[in-house]
Design a protein around this ligand. Structure first.
Ligand code: NAD
Length: 322
């Protein structure tokens, strides 16, 4: 491939995996992140790696120079514990998305991917653990997750209007809970699968088999392994799908089942200690994959057990190798 591709947020979890995939596919890749390179989850030496603050316009202009396709995965985000307590910070990601869109349009970028989230969906449709999976139309009338979800929904629409008004070919994915190795697993921004793997690994290592679980554990979710996420992302940018589309697994589990799966992988039995005061997010959420199957003939399909095993093993290694 002669095209040069930008991955914004390339030092992050999904961004790091995406850069690897694009390099493997033969693309010339520029990877940009705010964090010092020592904090990137993966640094790929055959990419051009830059540390820049994409909330500012000038660094965005520098990042898109000579680029034909942009993958925008840069955001100030984390799991429920982070987004429920940092709503203003989450909303400030609008600066990244605005400046990157402006810069991309100014530089004549052809295609731009935006990582939106299932947090854009109307909360009233997610009050029952026996969920009806969320279809794309369920984002409206709008009642998204406060803070983080509102910013995502606004940025989705900005992408739409940059396409309609300026011809920048924007593509928008609504990711549903992505997990895998080389991502956040401790420190307060981690999401449920990584947090549960860490807690189960701690239980295994300490011999104290009591695991804290946020909420009653009956809340339901689906979890997508990062390889499926990257596959869907590259497929979407190359496609002519102009409406926001779910990229998520439809394998629904309760959080209790997620804990049991991690314990089984670790080879231990655990007792769950439910913290009913902790942030829990919506009661139930699943991805309706009718549209992606119709339009792409593909959907994320890596079984949770397979992906969780790789994630658990990686986290266990992080905890025991230092
Ligand atoms: P991540 O936090 O690991 O990666 C985001 C990266 O963006 C980080 O490395 C961060 O340093 C970088 N960043 C933040 N502010 C920046 C700035 N001003 N300039 C440059 N870089 C900046 O998160 P992730 O899980 O890889 O998520 C990637 C994208 O996918 C995000 O937009 C996120 O909202 C979206 N998403 C993720 C999930 C999930 O389950 N992981 C679900 C839905 C949507």
């Amino acid at each position: 491939m002669s095209e040069k591709v930008l991955v914004a947020g390339g030092g992050g979890f999904i961004g790091g995996h995406l850069v690897a995939r694009l390099l493997n596919d033969g693309y010339d890749v520029r990877s940009v992140d705010l964090k010092p390179q020592s904090d990137w989850y993966q640094v790929h030496s055959d990419a051009e790696n830059l540390v820049l603050d994409l909330a500012e316009k000038e660094p965005c202009e520098k990042s898109v120079a000579g680029i034909s396709q942009v993958y925008n995965l840069a955001a100030d985000m984390g799991g429920m514990g982070f987004i429920e307590n940092n709503k203003a910070l989450c909303m400030l990601s609008v600066l990244i998305n605005t400046h990157l869109l402006q810069a991309a349009q100014g530089a004549g970028v052809e295609r731009m991917f935006y990582a939106s989230s299932a947090c854009v969906y109307n909360g009233e449709k997610q009050t029952d653990p026996n969920v009806t999976a969320l279809a794309e139309a369920d984002a409206y009338p709008a009642l998204p997750e406060d803070g983080y979800g509102w910013e995502k929904l606004f940025s989705e629409r900005m992408c739409r209007h940059y396409r309609e008004d300026y011809g920048l070919e924007t593509r928008v994915a609504r990711y549903h809970n992505v997990y895998g190795p080389e991502g956040t697993w401790t420190g307060g921004r981690e999401k449920a699968p990584a947090a549960i793997c860490r807690k189960v690994a701690e239980a295994k290592l300490s011999g104290n088999h009591v695991v804290d679980v946020w909420g009653d554990g009956l809340q339901t979710r689906s979890f997508m392994y990062v390889d499926d996420c990257v596959e869907g992302t590259t497929r979407l940018l190359a496609s002519d799908i102009i409406e926001p589309i779910n990229i998520g697994s439809s394998e629904l589990v309760t959080i209790n089942q997620l804990v049991d799966l991690a314990a089984d992988i670790a080879g231990i039995e655990v007792e769950r200690n439910h913290d009913l005061t902790a942030p829990q997010g919506v009661r139930g959420r699943n991805s309706d994959n009718t549209m992606i199957l119709d339009l792409m003939g593909w959907e994320p399909s890596i079984p949770l057990r397979d992906g969780l095993e790789k994630t658990y093993n990686w986290i266990f290694e992080q905890m025991t190798s230092s």
